[in-house]
Design a protein around this ligand. Structure first.
Ligand SMILES: *Cc1c(COP(=O)(O)O)cnc(C)c1O
Length: 390
């Protein structure tokens, strides 16, 4: 039996070759340091797990949840948006919907708004789902290259007029995966104005909203006056609270955007387990101290990696946010060649920058998802292999 044609259009898995090599080396007994995946290695904080224990013992959590999220959950999300970003008067009934993690909601947003003939505007490098979900929806993506010279912000003037007119969704993600780049409120203002001009739904994937260091606090696109007319923002507990396995988040903003997404969701899923929503409420009701305890672990790891790379000649500054260090490959290497060298000579797994789009060529990404000792070990192995930036 043939697969549907849409599956043939999905690009091949870029890490297939790396995975094959890794399996081969593991079979040979090589001690692999995997800094490839953006999946926190640390446990979910105890107070969240405790709230889950209590919630699961309550039979009221056992039946179907409301697809849009419980009233308590949506109200907690709205309160958190006000406390965290100063955004007032979000309507918990029409401007918020729960998600089974952002990935689900991102995909379903494409199904709600994109049809054949429509364009999506997506970042390159960027989270691969923007690309594949455009294909699933039968649309056409136009990539917005992110270059270091522009601080990894897309150049809106470079988008052709006819593409902008046919575009339905514009995707951004700051703090950014994979580059670690940040956006300012001024840039968000520019985006909001642009999306108003062309009648585009601005979609801000805010998966790293709380993963910031050195006192930096990433802004919300909804802080821009009038943003709610054209923008929705995707929040997730996955990365900030070490909760990737729990599958919970929310989408907030434009009532029209939320309505479209909600219409897909009522037809394809049945919401988030109510006990998990209660645990998420517990996460959102806690203060800075608990959050900073999680962040200080990553900040420390970031410093180990950045100092290590600097000592080998890398011209690199510590990123102020995200779970990643994005670095240039040394002169004379392609991304694929350098990550293969790291695997072969050092037993280190990192993804090549071009795995996130063609504009990522010349870079590699290190995820801060292994313990300090393993990070030190990785740096030492690179030094022992004689690797230097230049
Ligand atoms: C991890 C990640 C997501 C997905 O997060 P979930 O809420 O776990 O689905 C979405 N966008 C970006 C940019 C990510 O890095």
């Amino acid at each position: 039996m043939q697969f549907a044609k849409r599956l043939e259009k999905i690009p091949p898995y870029l890490f297939a070759e790396i995975d094959r090599k890794r399996d081969e080396m593991v079979a040979k007994g090589v001690d692999i340091i995997n800094m490839g995946v953006g999946d926190p290695d640390r446990p979910t904080p105890g107070y969240i797990v405790q709230a889950m224990h209590e919630a699961i013992d309550d039979p009221a959590t056992h039946n179907y949840p409301p697809y849009q999220g419980t009233k308590d959950f949506r109200e907690a999300a709205v309160e958190w948006m006000e406390r965290r970003f100063g955004i007032k008067e979000l309507n918990p009934n029409t401007e918020v919907v729960s998600s089974i993690g952002s990935k689900e909601a991102i995909h379903n947003t494409f199904l709600a708004f994109v049809e054949p003939g429509d364009y999506t505007l997506i970042p390159d490098p960027g989270y691969p789902v923007y690309r594949t979900s455009t294909i699933f929806a039968g649309g056409q993506f136009h990539t917005m290259p992110l270059f270091p010279e522009r601080g990894y912000l897309p150049d809106l003037n470079a988008i052709p007029e006819d593409v902008a007119r046919k575009a339905k969704l514009l995707w951004i993600n700051y703090p950014n995966n994979p580059t670690g780049a940040l956006a300012t409120l001024e840039f968000f203002e520019e985006l909001v104005a642009y999306c108003k001009q062309y009648d585009i739904l601005l979609c801000h994937d805010h998966a790293y909203s709380e993963m910031a260091y050195d006192g930096y606090k990433p802004p919300s696109v909804l802080q821009v006056p009038g943003a709610k007319d054209v923008a929705i923002e995707f929040h997730s507990l996955s990365k900030s609270y070490n909760m990737t396995g729990w599958r919970v988040g929310f989408v907030v903003g434009s009532a029209h955007g939320i309505k479209g997404l909600g219409q897909v969701k009522t037809n394809v899923d049945s919401g988030v387990f109510k006990a998990i929503q209660r645990a998420a409420i517990a996460a959102y009701s806690t203060g800075e101290t608990e959050l900073q305890a999680v962040m200080s672990v990553y900040q420390n790891r970031r410093d180990i990696i950045v100092k290590g790379l600097q000592s080998m000649g890398w011209p690199i500054e510590p990123p102020k946010a995200t779970l990643y260090v994005w670095a240039s490959v040394p002169q004379g290497y392609s991304s694929a060649e350098f990550v293969t060298l790291l695997l072969d000579k050092c037993g280190i797994i990192v993804p090549p920058g071009n795995g996130y789009g063609a504009a990522g060529e010349g870079f590699f990404r290190i995820a801060l998802t292994v313990a300090d000792e393993r990070m030190h070990e990785a740096i030492q192995r690179m030094k022992d292999a004689g690797i230097r930036y230049a």
